[in-house]
Write a protein of this length. Structure first.
Length: 542
């Protein structure tokens, strides 16, 4: 069936992690003026929406996800004038800009929390969650989720760092403060928000119901009514705890409160179930296909999803799901697999040139609070340094936070100073300058893939059908609407694979990371092959 497609369903989103994107003044830290310098690069890639990780005032305990003032720009990134200049140029280029919205928690240096700590009678006391005794809930960043405060002899709740106390969304005065702040930025001219761990705002701490808690729907509805309703805004919620049916409810095209959500079922498939992110296992392609199949079928005609493999919290996609020995092939194959599905594509900075994870030799080179806490805890538990570092190499958030690799100049062209986090040593080979000069680069492939998505409505509204479900080497599927069908071929094998594609022998070639193949009963796919074929001629030519 062919459906009416909302404009935002065809957008391509690019996530910028400001600390590591581009430094304009040589202090080693990415900044707003640095982003402005690279906007034409993003426009040429085919980007419609820029998602900016937090640039608010923050002590940077968790790299900006600990906000101390929602209304101020952190001076390390620039000024409100710089931000206005950025927004104006983004709009002038025909793109949109969304900000990260972190409202599950604040910094412990936020005025609200400083007041809340003063006494049990303080008007801001109930802006946060205080209890006489801690429960056994643990923090995402290791240890107890409760921190004792001697000034009032109570514990405050922090699901993340102890410097990130959770806000009490049961307090209507707190909610009004949040809505006021959101509307301030929307009135300023930004185009929407990515809502950080927004599935936690309905929690019931006493009943230990955290993600997708009992009050989530009413909280989201009130948020929508007070901030988003009647506005042309782009909203995406980070909601790792929602089931697929619940995701469909929240993003329903008729009654949903958010445009789309981030779900994370695929990013835990290389973890031992129930043992946390650091206990590793081999990724099973059958599990990956099963997850995406359920997601594609479960949200079809119901809701909308975000298509991503990497972000500021996840390792580099090509290192995690691909093969560094076949970096170009596997990076383009992964993009073909992901961005040919239904949902809105998200590109994390550097993904478009196949940036890889990093293996720092010393823990002293890491900056991520989660990584450093993990190393301390697991070494104390008896893990060897080798096992600890193996997990860090695979899963540390610093894998995705190393500076953007612009050129083969010192520090990858990111800064003329000393970078806040060391650059990946492979920047001499992997950088934007090299990709722009190569007609067959990963960057150029992304460009062509995004052009295809925008030319053929089937990428947005086509029904998903998985083929060769039991293959441990191949991820092949079709997308079809009333007009056309596309066949999307992806090989996860480092060896040639023979496959029977005779049923698609009359399909026409659209795009490949290798070459056009004859589709027949014994088609041989080269290592990490990706190809898109279409059922009939169309008026479009790439």
């Amino acid at each position: 069936m062919t459906h009416f497609i909302k404009q935002w369903q065809n957008y391509i989103v690019y996530q910028i992690y400001p600390l590591s994107f581009m430094d304009s003044n040589g202090d080693g830290v990415g900044d707003i003026q640095g982003i402005i310098l690279k906007l034409d690069y993003l426009k040429n890639l085919g980007i419609d929406v820029i998602w900016l990780s937090p640039i608010y005032m923050s002590p940077m305990d968790d790299n900006g996800y600990d906000i101390s003032d929602y209304y101020q720009i952190n001076p390390m990134f620039g000024t409100i004038s710089d931000f206005k200049q950025l927004l104006e140029k983004v709009h002038r280029l025909g793109m949109k800009l969304i900000m990260d919205l972190v409202v599950n928690h604040t910094s412990d240096e936020h005025t609200w929390f400083l007041e809340s700590k003063k006494s049990k009678e303080n008007p801001y006391r109930d802006y946060y969650i205080w209890r006489d005794q801690p429960s056994e809930i643990t923090s995402v960043f290791s240890g107890s989720a409760w921190e004792y405060d001697s000034s009032t002899n109570q514990y405050y709740f922090h699901l993340f760092s102890k410097k990130q106390p959770d806000l009490n969304w049961d307090n209507p005065l707190l909610r009004l403060e949040i809505y006021r702040m959101i509307n301030f930025w929307l009135d300023f001219g930004i185009d929407g928000f990515r809502l950080d761990v927004i599935d936690l705002i309905g929690k019931d701490v006493d009943r230990k119901l955290l993600g997708d808690g009992p009050h989530l729907d009413e909280r989201l509805k009130e948020l929508y009514q007070n901030c988003f309703e009647g506005r042309d805004v782009f909203t995406v919620g980070e909601m790792p705890t929602l089931s697929i049916p619940r995701a469909a409810e929240v993003t329903s095209l008729q009654t949903g409160t958010l445009n789309m959500i981030f779900q994370f079922g695929h990013v835990s498939l290389d973890e031992v179930p129930g043992r946390g992110k650091w206990e590793l296992k081999q990724l099973d392609l059958l599990e990956l296909k099963e997850y995406f199949n359920k997601m594609q079928i479960g949200l079809y005609e119901e809701g909308w999803n975000s298509l991503f493999l990497a972000n500021h919290d996840q390792p580099r996609a090509v290192s995690r799901y691909g093969n560094i020995a076949f970096r170009k092939e596997s990076a383009t194959m992964l993009a073909t697999m992901l961005y040919s599905m239904q949902g809105t594509p998200y590109v994390y900075q550097g993904e478009e040139i196949g940036m890889t994870g990093v293996k720092f030799e010393s823990l002293d080179e890491y900056r991520d609070i989660e990584t450093l806490n993990m190393a301390k805890e697991y070494l104390e538990k008896g893990w060897s340094k080798e096992k600890t570092m193996e997990s860090i190499y695979a899963k540390s958030r610093d894998n995705s936070r190393t500076p953007m690799q612009w050129s083969n100049q010192p520090n990858s062209g990111f800064t003329t100073g000393r970078p806040w986090l060391n650059v990946n040593p492979n920047y001499h080979e992997i950088n934007v300058e090299n990709d722009l000069s190569d007609t067959f680069s990963i960057y150029r492939y992304f460009q062509k893939l995004f052009q295809l998505r925008k030319k053929y409505s089937v990428f947005a509204d086509g029904k998903f059908h998985l083929l060769f479900e039991d293959s441990r080497d191949l991820f092949i599927f079709t997308r079809s609407n009333d007009s056309i069908e596309i066949l999307v071929i992806n090989s996860f094998s480092p060896e040639p694979v023979s496959v029977n594609l005779d049923a698609y022998s009359k399909y026409q070639f659209l795009l490949s990371n290798n070459k056009e193949l004859n589709l027949n009963a014994s088609t041989v796919l080269p290592p990490y092959y990706a190809g898109i074929y279409i059922s009939k001629e169309t008026q479009y030519q790439l």
